[in-house]
Design a protein around this ligand. Structure first.
Ligand SMILES: [Fe+2]
Length: 297
């Protein structure tokens, strides 16, 4: 069982992971199966050494749970094999799709509709049957809101999780980024309304501010937001990059989330590039651990 605070395992961080002491702050790590199913050589050797000491969560990128194409059975088999090989008991995927007559290599937004709830929930049930375990569904950052939506994002997430009887993997940075960019759902209201009984995993990450996306400024001091297609007071477009330190606003949202949850779930820092000294990543993970202790139930 995963507990505490974790960090995404990346090849660039292999040496740092290998040198972690036994009393480390990093209590688990996460990998994307797509990056490791066919990995060999030194990178695999180092990963195997680390995986002997640190519990593993598996987080998929391309199952396309909301997609139309049949589920990729070869990928599913690879995920199952990987989880068995490394004794991993947690798997999550994004609430999105990533194919349309071929792989699009991006996580695309779903329309928040009853039809999409039923469609996605059935595919999640199929995945759970295949893997023989409950999976968790992650809310994603998205940059286009479908006008056909009939519910808000958290209602959509809750409905699918209930219909599929799966866990909820909350990404608090994604909640914040979407809240600012779309101005449709306050991030704190999202947390107030999420089905906390299903939340069993959390992501936190850094985002970037794209000021170039919010020009020009009108005479009222409002800037033009390309996502909304209108002038607004919000000053910037936020991009979910995983390439920056976690912002204070997102730390505050994690603090609030922990207050609301009946149990403190394992929480992972996502950092995919632009790596700072490892000690800075450890300091962020230490901060997660401090918040977890503050709200330990
Ligand atoms: Fe995430």
């Amino acid at each position: 069982m995963l507990v505490g605070a974790g960090l995404g395992y990346r090849r660039d961080l292999a040496e740092d992971f290998l040198q972690l002491p036994d009393n480390r702050t990093i209590q688990f790590m996460e990998v994307a199966p797509e990056n490791w199913l066919k990995m060999g050589g030194l990178a695999r050797y180092q990963f195997d050494q680390v995986a002997e000491r640190i519990p593993l969560a598996v987080h998929g990128l391309s199952l396309s749970l909301g997609g139309q194409a049949p589920l990729d059975r070869e990928l599913l088999q690879g995920i199952k094999t990987l989880m068995t090989q490394y004794n991993a008991h947690f798997f999550s995927e994004h609430l999105s799709y990533c194919e349309c007559e071929g792989h699009l290599y991006d996580l695309l937004p779903m329309p928040f509709t009853d039809e999409a709830v039923k469609h996605t929930a059935q595919r999640i049930r199929d995945v759970q049957d295949f893997l023989g375990c409950r999976i968790s569904l992650e809310n994603t950052s998205y940059y286009l809101h479908s006008p056909t939506s009939t519910m808000n994002e958290v209602e959509f997430l809750n409905a699918i999780a209930q219909e599929a009887d799966c866990g909820i993997h909350l990404d608090v940075n994604n909640i914040y980024v979407n809240g600012v960019n779309h101005n449709l759902l306050d991030p704190y209201l999202f947390i107030d309304n999420v089905d906390v009984s299903r939340v069993n995993y959390i992501h936190i990450a850094g985002h970037d501010e794209d000021h170039s996306a919010t020009t020009p400024i009108n005479e009222s001091g409002e800037s033009f937001n390309k996502v909304k297609g209108e002038f607004r007071h919000l000053p910037e477009l936020l991009i979910d990059t995983h390439g920056e330190a976690v912002k204070g606003t997102v730390w505050d949202l994690l603090d609030y989330t922990y207050q609301r949850l009946p149990h403190i779930p394992p929480t992972l820092l996502e950092r995919d590039f632009n790596f700072p000294p490892f000690s800075e990543l450890c300091a962020e993970i230490q901060h997660i651990a401090e918040l977890q202790r503050k709200y330990a139930k």
